[in-house]
Design a protein around this ligand. Structure first.
Ligand code: M6R
Length: 615
C-alpha cells in the first residue's frame, strides 16, 4: 500500500505534493513525509501520523521552496510506524532520496551484503536498503541514476512503485513499477507522479500508466522516457485522457467520504447498468461478455476470486449465477486460492472482483488461473487498474472513485454487474423465460429509486445506533442471498467502529453462536419477505426466547417481525435476488453512525488501507 506523489516543473512542488498526499491518504496513513529540492540541497521532513501532522511539522522545520518534490503516505510493512521508518529515505551519502510503495522481499540478504560493504542503516525498512543498493550500483559502475535504478531493480524480488532523485542531478526523477501502481501526469512543461491520478487531476488530464516491469526517467523540460527494466528496450509513451474529475474525489458537502459514497449508490448503480440494461429492447449488452459468449456458455463452472467486501459480492453472485444461469459457482478468497494448488482447467471461467483493481492477492490468483489455462474475467471499479489489465476481458462497475476505506458503493455496483452477467447468460442458455428475463430487468431498473427510499431510514438508523453504540459484540444473520449481506454488515461494523461483529447464516446460529446470546447482544437479522422468510422468523423467535436485542431488516409493511423485534428497519420490496442491494443500505448506515458516535475515524480506520497491494 502507501501513496506516492512527485512533481517536477515550473511551480512550487510543495503544495502540489502535500495536496496529492491528502488525496492518497486512503492508501495508508500511519506516517508521511516529503522531500524537496530547493535549488541547492534536499529538504526533508517526515513524521509518524497523518499528512496533517506532517504539514504542521514540516512548515516549522524546513523551507518549502523548490520545484521538485516527492512525498509519501505510509501503510507500514517493514518496521513499525515511527518517524525514522517514514519515507522518504536517504542513501548513505545523502545524495539520493526515495519513496516506495510495496515490499522488497529479499531485502534481508541485500542489506547484509550492503552492510558488509560498509553501509549503515537508520530504519528497519526495506526501502532504505533499496536506495542504498541503487547508490552502491551507481558509485561502483559510475553510471547515471536511471541506469543504476535499472540494475538495482534487476536484483530485487518483490513489488514496488518508486520515485527517486539525485540532488546532484535535480532535473530528473526516476520512477519504476512492479506490482504497485504508478501514473505520470503530463502537463505543460511539468510532470506529476502519483499512485493514482487524483493528485494531478486539476493540472492535467493526460497521463501515462506505467506497466509492470517498466521504469521512466522524467526530465524537466525534456519529457518522459520509458524502458523495460529487464531488457532496457524503449517503450512508446501511451498517453491516456483521464475521465476523472475533481468533484468526484472531493466530499461534496458530506462530512465523510463514506457517507457521500453511501448516498451516491442510487446514481452509481444507475451508471453501472446504463447502456447495458436495455429494457425496452429486452436485451443486456456487455461487450466483455458478448465477445466471449462461447467461453461462458461452454464453461464447466465459474470460480470467483476476491477479498473482503468484493468477496462478499462474489458470494452473492454465487446465488445469482446458480439460480438464474444454472452454472456451478465456487467463491474463493484470493489469498487462499493462490496458495492451494487448485484444480483449474481451460473450461473454467474465473471472475476476479476488485474495487481498486490493485489487490495483490487477487492479482496473484488471476495470474495463477491464467497459467492453468482458465479464462479470466475482471469486475473492477478503477479504470486502467492492474487487475483490469491483467484479465482477458471484463466489465467496469462505473461507481466512480471510492475513497472511504470501508467499501460501500463498490459492493452494490459489483452485485449489479454480476447480476447483469448472470441475466445475460441465463437468457443465452435459456435457463429463464423471456418474460422472467424482462421482469428481472424491470426490477433491476427500479433499484436506484428503491435504494433512495432505503436511505430515508437514515435518521431512524441513527437512533438505533445511539442505543447500541456501546455494545461489545454484534451478530448479523441472514439466509440465502442475504447471508453474504450479513457478513458484509459485520465487516462494515468491525472495520470502522472496532466493535467485534460476526456474520452468520441464520440457521447456523443454533450450531454455536446461539450460546453468545443474552440481553446484551444486539442481533441484526435480515428478514425480507422474499426468501426463507418463515424460517428466519423462527430464528428470530429463538433469539427472542434468549432475550437478545433484535434489529430486523424487513420488507416495507412487514407485521410479523415487527411484533417480535426490538426495532425494524424497512426496505422497499423487490425480487429476492436483488434484495442485497437494499438490505445492505441500513447496515452501512448503522456502522457509519456507530463509528461516528464512538469518535472513530470513519474514512481512515486504524491499521487499514484502501488498496491492499501487499499480500
Ligand atoms: O479493492 P478490492 O475490492 O480488491 O479490495 C478488497 C478488500 O481489501 C476490501 O473490500 C476491504 O475488505 C474493504 N475495506 C472492506 O470495506
Amino acid at each position: 500500500m502507501c501513496g506516492i506523489v512527485g512533481y517536477i516543473g515550473h511551480r512550487e512542488a510543495y503544495p502540489i505534493v502535500l495536496k496529492g498526499l491528502k488525496r492518497l491518504e486512503y492508501r495508508g496513513y500511519d506516517s508521511a513525509g516529503i522531500a524537496l529540492y530547493d535549488g541547492t540541497d534536499i529538504k526533508l521532513s517526515k513524521t509518524k501520523g497523518k499528512v496533517l501532522d506532517l504539514e504542521h511539522k514540516l512548515e516549522s522545520e524546513i523551507s518549502t521552496h523548490g520545484s521538485l518534490g516527492i512525498g509519501h503516505t505510509r501503510w507500514a510493512t517493514h518496521g513499525v510506524p515511527n518517524d525514522i521508518n517514514s519515507h522518504p529515505h536517504y542513501s548513505n551519502s545523502g545524495d539520493l532520496v526515495i519513496i516506495h510503495n510495496g515490499i522488497i522481499e529479499n531485502y534481508g540478504s541485500l542489506k547484509q551484503e550492503l552492510i558488509s560493504r560498509g553501509y549503515t542503516f537508520k530504519s528497519d525498512t526495506d526501502t532504505e536498503v533499496l536506495v542504498n543498493l541503487i547508490e552502491d550500483v551507481k558509485k561502483n559502475e559510475n553510471i547515471k541514476l536511471g541506469k543504476a535504478v535499472q540494475i538495482a531493480l534487476n536484483q530485487v524480488i518483490g513489488a514496488y512503485a518508486i520515485a527517486v532523485f539525485d540532488k546532484n542531478k535535480p532535473n530528473e526523477i526516476v520512477v519504476a513499477r512492479l506490482g504497485s501502481p504508478l501514473a505520470i501526469g503530463i502537463g505543460e512543461d511539468e510532470f506529476f507522479i502519483a499512485s493514482d491520478a487524483s493528485p494531478f487531476i486539476e493540472y492535467t488530464k493526460n497521463a501515462i500508466y506505467l506497466e509492470d516491469e517498466e521504469m521512466a526517467v522524467v526530465r524537466r523540460h525534456k519529457g518522459v522516457k520509458i524502458r523495460k527494466i529487464k531488457d532496457d528496450s524503449l517503450v512508446d509513451n501511451y498517453i491516456q485522457t483521464l475521465q476523472l474529475n475533481l468533484e468526484q474525489i472531493e466530499k461534496g458537502g458530506y462530512d465523510h467520504f463514506m457517507l457521500k459514497e453511501i448516498y451516491e449508490q442510487p446514481n452509481a448503480i444507475r451508471d453501472t447498468f446504463r447502456g447495458r440494461l436495455r429494457t425496452d429492447e429486452a436485451i443486456i449488452k456487455m461487450s466483455g461478455v458478448e465477445d466471449n459468449m462461447k467461453k461462458f456458455l461452454n464453461a464447466d463452472r465459474i470460480i470467483v476470486v476476491a477479498c473482503g467486501t468484493s468477496w462478499h459480492a462474489g458470494l452473492v453472485s454465487e446465488y445469482i449465477f446458480e439460480d438464474l444461469a444454472r452454472i456451478p459457482v465456487e467463491v474463493e478468497y484470493a489469498s487462499e486460492f493462490r496458495y492451494r494448488n487448485p484444480v483449474i482447467t481451460d473450461r473454467d471461467i474465473v471472475i476476479a472482483i476488485s474495487q481498486s483493481g490493485e489487490t495483490a492477492d487477487t492479482l496473484a490468483a488471476i495470474k495463477l488461473a491464467k497459467s492453468k489455462g482458465a479464462f479470466v474475467f475482471g469486475v473492477c471499479n478503477v479504470v486502467g487498474s492492474s487487475i483490469s489489465r491483467e484479465t482477458h476481458a471484463g466489465a467496469y462497475t462505473h461507481a466512480g472513485p471510492e475513497i472511504g476505506v470501508a467499501s460501500t458503493k463498490a459492493f452494490t455496483t459489483q452485485i449489479t454487474v454480476l447480476t447483469l452477467i448472470a441475466l445475460r447468460l441465463a437468457r443465452a442458455k435459456g435457463t429463464i423465460s423471456s418474460s422472467e428475463f424482462r421482469h428481472q430487468m424491470i426490477e433491476l431498473e427500479l433499484i436506484p429509486d428503491k435504494v433512495k427510499k432505503a436511505l430515508e431510514s437514515d435518521d431512524y438508523v441513527k437512533s438505533i445506533a445511539e442505543i447500541y453504540k456501546n455494545a461489545s459484540n454484534f451478530l448479523y444473520l441472514g439466509r440465502g442471498f442475504n447471508f453474504p449481506v450479513a457478513l458484509e454488515g459485520a465487516l462494515k461494523l468491525k472495520e470502522i467502529s472496532y466493535i467485534h461483529a460476526e456474520g452468520y447464516p441464520a440457521a447456523e446460529m443454533k450450531h454455536g453462536p446461539i450460546a453468545l446470546i443474552d440481553e446484551n447482544m444486539p442481533i441484526v437479522v435480515i428478514a425480507t419477505k422474499k426468501g426463507h422468510y418463515e424460517k428466519v422468523v423462527s430464528n428470530i423467535q429463538e433469539i427472542k426466547s434468549r432475550k437478545g436485542k433484535i434489529i430486523g431488516i424487513v420488507t416495507e409493511g412487514d407485521k410479523q417481525v415487527r411484533e417480535l423485534a426490538d426495532h425494524v428497519i424497512e426496505v422497499p420490496e423487490t425480487i429476492e435476488s436483488l434484495t442485497p442491494l437494499l438490505t445492505t443500505i441500513p447496515l452501512q448506515l448503522l456502522s457509519y453512525h456507530i463509528a461516528l458516535m464512538l469518535g472513530k475515524n470513519v474514512d481512515q480506520p486504524r491499521n487499514l488501507a484502501k488498496a491492499v497491494t501487499v499480500e
